[in-house]
Design a protein around this ligand. Structure first.
Ligand SMILES: *[C@@H]1O[C@H](CO)[C@@H](O)[C@H](O)[C@H]1NC(C)=O
Ligand SMILES: *[C@@H]1O[C@H](CO)[C@@H](O)[C@H](O)[C@H]1NC(C)=O
Ligand SMILES: *[C@@H]1O[C@H](CO)[C@@H](O)[C@H](O)[C@H]1NC(C)=O
Length: 390
């Protein structure tokens, strides 16, 4: 029945509307955040640790193959390329978030990053009192937050913006943080019961950082939980003497370690719920890194990863391509041909391919709770969308 012209028009409209839909899933319809302010550890470190390091003792991430896929020469990121925070910045149409430490003559108007490789939620001195060594950095969450508070007046002045307003239209990335508070004692051979005692202290530290920022005017927080550490090449190597039946037969991960990650996450989620009730005008979003990553191990093919993707791409030795002190970035340590088929990059950190998929699952669902709303009611771009889809 349809005339060729009608067909042509409907094809044209179809292409037009599918273009709009494609755009909608790869970037927001409007840009509700003018800036990203980030606190955390290596999962979000865009170069702080590298700049804080002694030039004669540069960290692994200063060397290839770090940055092999993206950011050559290496930027100090702990991956072969972009991190979750980089994909969030791309999605929001913002520049990659510049590291605060050691940056000179850089504009922080559209983002500032305090996340440092090795950083803990709890202060180093406090952990030392508990017999836990944290050798890499003393830039804990409190140190990051206090640094931010100190420079805030200058930051607002330099951008000639009201501080509350500036914080109000920023997306605060609060973490991931706390993972190292557990990594250190696990790798120092401490008992799980002792480590569990840290959980409420860590949650409290994250919570009070959020409250401080709410008091300063922040309105949107993205707060990630812990990884499924029982699927991590470093932990699988640490517990390599675990019996066959201690592993999940399907994924090969170690369930009791994953349960520890979930234990932290459950407490974090409860605390975020409590804060959300206390501050109804603020949007506190939980980022479910755990389940997002866990599905990569449950259904690797669906996400483009190789079968049983537990081994690190960059590393050497053992069942999981991981050996302490022979890690990625050291001389003579090789990396795989196809990083995009690996979840794990260097034993602890993930590949760009994994980080890209995690970011997608946060921004477009289903791994952010509550989900982001990119429709920005009343804006012109929304009206456009509705006129095409009708
Ligand atoms: C800082 O950046 C501005 C603008 O890009 C430039 O004009 C100026 O020369 C720079 N100053 C230094 C010390 O690099
Ligand atoms: C952290 O360590 C640096 C260098 O070792 C030192 O200068 C600084 O005072 C320490 N900061 C804190 C908060 O302990
Ligand atoms: C281990 O890493 C090497 C590079 O060092 C890579 O070629 C190899 O494929 C990796 N092994 C596994 C099991 O993934």
């Amino acid at each position: 029945m349809a005339s060729p012209l009608k067909k042509l028009i409907s094809t044209f409209l179809f292409l037009l509307s599918s273009t709009v839909i494609m755009v909608a899933s790869s970037e927001p319809l409007c840009h509700p955040y003018k800036s990203i302010i980030s606190f955390g550890d290596s999962i979000a470190d865009t170069g702080n640790y590298l700049r804080l390091s002694d030039v004669n003792h540069l960290p692994q991430a200063a060397f290839l193959p770090y940055g092999e896929t993206f950011f050559q020469p290496p930027s100090g990121r702990y991956s072969d390329g972009r991190l979750i925070i980089d994909f969030i910045a791309e999605f929001l149409g913002l520049p990659y978030v510049p590291p605060y430490f050691g940056s000179q003559n850089v504009s922080f108007e559209q983002g500032i990053n305090f996340a440092v490789y090795g950083a803990t939620a709890l202060d180093r001195a406090f952990l030392m009192e508990k017999g836990i060594e944290s050798d890499f950095t003393n830039v804990s969450l409190n140190v990051q937050l206090n640094t931010f508070k100190q420079i805030l007046p200058n930051l607002c002045a330099s951008t000639s913006r009201d501080c509350r307003e500036m914080l109000g239209d920023s997306l605060i990335l609060m973490g991931e943080i706390g993972g190292n508070d557990y990594n250190y004692p696990f790798f120092e051979g401490k008992s799980i019961n002792g480590i569990k005692e840290l959980v409420p202290l860590i949650i409290k530290t994250i919570s009070s950082a959020i409250v401080d920022l709410v008091d300063l005017g922040s309105k949107t927080f993205l707060v990630p939980g812990n990884f499924p550490i029982g699927c991590s090449a470093s932990y699988l190597t640490l517990f390599q003497n675990a019996k066959e039946e201690e592993h999940d037969p399907f994924t090969g991960c170690i369930p009791w370690l994953n349960e520890f990650g979930e234990y932290h996450n459950d407490q974090l989620k409860n605390e975020l719920k409590r804060l959300q009730k206390l501050y109804p005008h603020v949007n506190i979003i939980y980022a479910d890194y755990y389940n997002s990553i866990h599905t990569f191990f449950q259904e690797p093919a669906k996400y483009g990863f190789k079968n049983r993707p537990l081994a690190a791409c960059c590393g050497v030795g053992g069942k999981y391509n991981f050996t302490v002190n022979e890690e990625c970035g050291y001389r003579g340590v090789n990396y795989c041909q196809n990083p995009s088929e690996y979840v794990n990059w260097d034993g602890y950190h993930l590949t760009e391919a994994a980080y890209r998929k995690i970011a997608h699952g946060l921004l477009n669902g289903p791994y952010a709770t509550p989900a982001f709303d990119w429709s920005c009611p009343g804006s012109a771009s929304v009206d456009k969308k509705y006129s095409f889809s009708s």
